[in-house]
Design a protein around this ligand. Structure first.
Ligand code: NDP
Ligand code: TDO
Ligand code: MG
Length: 281
C-alpha cells in the first residue's frame, strides 16, 4: 500500500483513482500537527508515502505564514524523517513559486530559489526539511495545477467567462499549466523509480507544455469551452495581489523525463478532458 496525505485536493483526488493507495484526509492526519503525520506513517506501514496535501492559498499565506510553514515546511520534513527511518521512499510536491521569476530561461532544479512570497517560502522550507531528513526522497516541483475539481484557474475562468463579455488577465507571467491527473501519474512513476533505483532521489521539475501566459491560457480556455469572452492582456502591475507572483515560471523538465521516462504533458489535451468531465458533471 502507498500512503497519500490529502484526499480532497486536486492531485489527491486524481491519485485516489488508482488502486493500492490509502488517502488520508484532514481528519485522519492534520498537517498542522507534523508529529501526528509521522505517527500515521508508523502506524500504517506503507511501502511508500506521497504528500499531496498543502496550504495552497497564495494570497492568504501572506497573513498566515506560520500556519503555512507548519503545513508546507514542518509536516513534509516530519514525513520524510519517518520514511527515512522506515527505509521507504517519500515523494512530495513543490512549486514554481520557490523561484523569483527572473529572466526567460526555464528554471533548472539546481537553480537558486528566491521566493517572492510566504507561500513560496513555506514550500521551500519543506523542500529543505525533506532533503535534510535524508533517506530516499523526491521533491516534484510543478506549476499552475488544473483539474475538474477544487480551486484552479480553469474553473475560475469558466465562471467569469460565463458572466462577462471581457476580462483583463496578466500576460507577463509565463508558465506551464499542469493537469492534476498527469501529476498523479508522475508521482506514482517516481515511487516506482525510487524503489528500483534509490539513487534517483532529488529535486525534479514537471510541468505541462507549451509554456504560456495566464492571458494566453485564459484565451485557450474560452475558445475550447466555446465561451464568448474577450481576454485583454494586462501587466501584473494592473492586477495587484497581496502576494507577488513570479514572471518567469518556466520549468526545465528534462531531468524528470530522463529519470522517469515521462514527457511533459500537453495541457491542451488535458484541458479538453477537464472540460468534458465538467460537461458530464
Ligand atoms: N494548485 C496549484 O496550482 C499548484 C500546487 N502545487 C503543489 O501541489 C500539491 C497539490 O496541490 P493541489 O492538489 O492543487 O492542492 P489543493 O489546494 O487542491 O488541495 C490541498 C489539499 O491539502 C489539504 N490540506 C490543507 N491543509 C491541510 C491540513 N492542515 N491538514 C491536512 N490536509 C490539509 C486540503 O484538505 P481540505 O480539503 O481539508 O482543505 C486539500 O486536500 C501541493 O503541494 C501544492 O503546493 C504546486 C504547483 C501549483
Ligand atoms: C481571476 C484573474 C486572475 N488573474 C491573474 C492573477 C494571477 O497572476 C494569475 C493566476 O491566478 P490564480 O489565482 O489562479 O493564481 P495562483 O493562485 O497564484 O496560482 C498558483 O497557485 C499556487 C498554489 C502554485 O503553486 C502556483 O504554481 C500557481 O498555480 O491570473 C488575472 O490577471 N485576471 C483575473 O481575472
Ligand atoms: Mg489559486
Amino acid at each position: 500500500m502507498i500512503l497519500v496525505f490529502g484526499k480532497t485536493g486536486q492531485v489527491a483526488r486524481e491519485l485516489a483513482l488508482h488502486s493500492g493507495l490509502t488517502c488520508l484526509d484532514r481528519a485522519a492526519a492534520d498537517l498542522s500537527d507534523p508529529s501526528a503525520c509521522a505517527a500515521a506513517i508508523r502506524l500504517r506501514r506503507p511501502r511508500a508515502v506521497i504528500n499531496a496535501a498543502a496550504y495552497t492559498a497564495v494570497d492568504a499565506a501572506e497573513e498566515h505564514e506560520a500556519e503555512a510553514t507548519a503545513i508546507n515546511g514542518d509536516a513534509p520534513g516530519a514525513m520524510a524523517a519517518e520514511c527515512a527511518a522506515l527505509g521507504i521512499p517519500f515523494v512530495t510536491l513543490s512549486t514554481d513559486y520557490v523561484f523569483d521569476g527572473g529572466g526567460e530561461t526555464p528554471w533548472r532544479p539546481g537553480d537558486a530559489p528566491g521566493p517572492l512570497g510566504a507561500y513560496g517560502r513555506s514550500k521551500l522550507a519543506g523542500e529543505r526539511a525533506v532533503a535534510a531528513a535524508g533517506g530516499v526522497w523526491a521533491v516534484l516541483r510543478t506549476s499552475w495545477v488544473v483539474s475538474a475539481h477544487g480551486n484552479n484557474f480553469v474553473r475560475t475562468m469558466l465562471r467569469l467567462g460565463a458572466e462577462r463579455d471581457e476580462l483583463r488577465v496578466v500576460a507577463d507571467q509565463i508558465g506551464g499549466p499542469t493537469p492534476a491527473r498527469d501529476i498523479a501519474t508522475a508521482c506514482l512513476r517516481m515511487v516506482q523509480g525510487l524503489e528500483t533505483a534509490p539513487e534517483r532521489a532529488g529535486v525534479y521539475h514537471f510541468a505541462g507544455s507549451p509554456d504560456v501566459s495566464w492571458a494566453g491560457f485564459a484565451r485557450a480556455i474560452m475558445a475550447q469551452a466555446g465561451l464568448d469572452c474577450r481576454i485583454h492582456d494586462i501587466p501584473s502591475a494592473e492586477y495587484p495581489t497581496p502576494a507577488a507572483r513570479p514572471a518567469n515560471s518556466r520549468l526545465d523538465c528534462r531531468g524528470f523525463t530522463a529519470a522517469f521516462g515521462m514527457e511533459r504533458p500537453d495541457w491542451r489535451a488535458g484541458l479538453g478532458e477537464i472540460l468534458n468531465a465538467l460537461k458530464e458533471g
